[in-house]
Design a protein around this ligand. Structure first.
Ligand code: BES
Ligand code: ZN
Length: 454
């Protein structure tokens, strides 16, 4: 049934709030204003605060001394919809097929942050107020590295003072399995460009006498990995924190093994660093990926040309103790060392974000586990780390001094960042129930006299 919760989510999904695309700036701003209106309707006071990039939506209920303050964080920006011809329905025209919502942002992160907002709306309507002090922070730049949020946190440190952060922007290991994520990988991005001849050249007239920049890009990419799947960048593993034996044992028991990973990714064989399972490689080991590669003729058919330049876009996922800035320097040195003569190598460092690991059994972790049990009754709970990155989570720890509980509802086949991104209506509704249970459980973590000592 399409009730208010669902029809408003579909409205939210119609904004093409692609943060990386300047031609979408107006849509991003409209999306922020619309979201602020929704939060205001819930009964919170809300501001849309400009930044040098996209605005931040910041809201709060009226705070009562002695109650815990929970900062709920999410993002209203989305990844580009490319390749648009691979969608079964238009990315910004949401449809529900077989109980599943299809749209860019359905799971990452509009469906999940909106579940929190609708959960709070329902609680305030039914109970008159929320059981805790709440700050809602929804940014528009998560998908491009939260470039302006760290300085926003520093500038608004007093307004953002809280006891714990709650985020639903992660996944569940399988449908219906309540999942608490206690770790995320970090990230370091860079782009490199190889410049060769001063103009595009006929590949018959000149081919054989000059270096082809597209070939050099391929050669440099090929230097990143050793045959055993490890990363060949000097010093890359220096600070890597090894996996704990208890984690390896626990992860081996989860209902997401190599067979499931093969099925959900559609590959005939998994690949990666030797000596680790699929989950260990994704959650606990660093990686190097090529996200894009370009240069030369991209049209249909053939064109015999040596392109004057070519490029690649890389990201490295990082694990605890790796410093993203140091890793970027190591990679830069690696590329310079391997680049042949006769071409120019230009490197543009990109965004970075630190990894995050928390104790799932801290008092907030235990409250989150209890809330998950309430929202998913009778289901065994999974404690996991994940391979994705939410760079601001570690910044919350560093700048605001607080831990984050990650209670996401994305499914392994949610197609985040890809065509046909989707979010089951049931997960959206579970998210609303989870918000209500979570705020109730977090209310019991208060250290004020008379409160539970959990
Ligand atoms: N929601 C994801 C992060 C995520 C995905 C965490 C799956 C855990 C499991 C987030 O929106 C995201 O995509 N982050 C980017 C960050 C980057 C652009 C700095 C990512 O991980 O690529
Ligand atoms: Zn994302």
């Amino acid at each position: 049934m399409i009730d208010d919760d669902l029809s408003l989510l579909l409205e939210f999904l119609r904004f093409p709030s692609v943060s990386t695309d300047p031609s979408r700036n107006a849509a991003v701003a409209q999306c922020a204003d619309w979201l602020a209106g929704q939060i205001r309707d819930a009964g919170l006071s809300v501001e849309v605060i400009p930044t040098p990039g996209h605005p931040v939506v910041l809201a709060k209920n009226s705070h009562v001394p002695g109650r815990p303050t929970v900062l709920i964080y999410g993002h209203y920006d989305v990844q580009p919809e490319d390749p648009v011809d691979q969608w079964d329905s238009p990315p910004f025209d949401p449809v529900i097929r077989d109980g599943v919502i299809y749209a860019r942002g359905a799971t990452d992160n509009k469906g999940q942050i909106f579940a929190h907002i609708r959960g709070m709306t329902a609680t305030i309507r039914e109970e008159g107020e929320l059981p805790v002090n709440v700050i809602v922070l929804v940014e528009g730049e998560e998908e491009i590295g939260s470039c302006n949020l760290e300085s926003f946190l520093s500038t608004h440190r007093d307004a953002l003072k809280c006891d714990v952060v709650a985020v639903s922007d992660t996944g569940m290991i399988a449908p219906g399995v309540p999942t608490l994520t206690y770790g995320l990988r970090g990230i370091a991005a860079l782009e490199f460009r190889i410049k060769g001849p001063s103009v595009d050249l006929h590949s018959g007239i000149y081919g054989g006498a000059v270096r082809n920049p597209a070939v050099v890009v391929a050669q440099l990419i090929a230097t990143l990995h050793r045959p055993d799947g490890s990363i060949a960048v000097l010093g890359f593993y220096d600070d890597v924190q090894p996996l704990e034996e208890w984690e390896r044992a626990a992860w081996a028991q989860l209902p997401l093994g190599d067979a499931e990973l093969k099925a959900v990714t559609g590959v005939s064989q998994l690949a990666g660093e030797h000596g680790y399972s699929g989950l260990e490689r994704i959650w606990g080991r660093p990686t190097a990926e090529v996200n894009g590669i370009g240069g030369g003729f991209q049209g249909e058919g053939s064109k015999t040309v040596i392109p004057k330049e070519a490029f690649a876009k890389l990201t490295f996922r990082l694990v605890p103790n790796q410093d993203p800035a140091r890793v970027l320097k190591l990679i830069e040195a690696h590329l310079r060392m391997h680049c042949p003569d006769g071409v120019l190598l230009e490197i543009t460092p990109g965004h970075t974000g630190e990894s995050y690991v928390a104790d799932p059994h801290s008092k907030y972790g235990r409250a989150a586990q209890e809330a998950l049990r309430i929202a998913f009754p009778g289901k065994p709970l999974a404690l996991i780390r994940e391979g994705g990155s939410i760079p601001i989570i570690n910044t919350f720890k560093r700048v605001l001094g607080v831990e984050t509980i990650l209670v996401g509802l994305a499914l392994p086949d949610c197609r985040a960042h890809a065509p046909n991104e989707n979010f089951p209506v049931a997960n959206f509704r579970a998210g609303i129930a989870l918000n209500r249970a979570l705020l109730m459980q977090l209310a019991t973590t208060s250290e004020s006299p008379g409160a539970s000592s959990r």
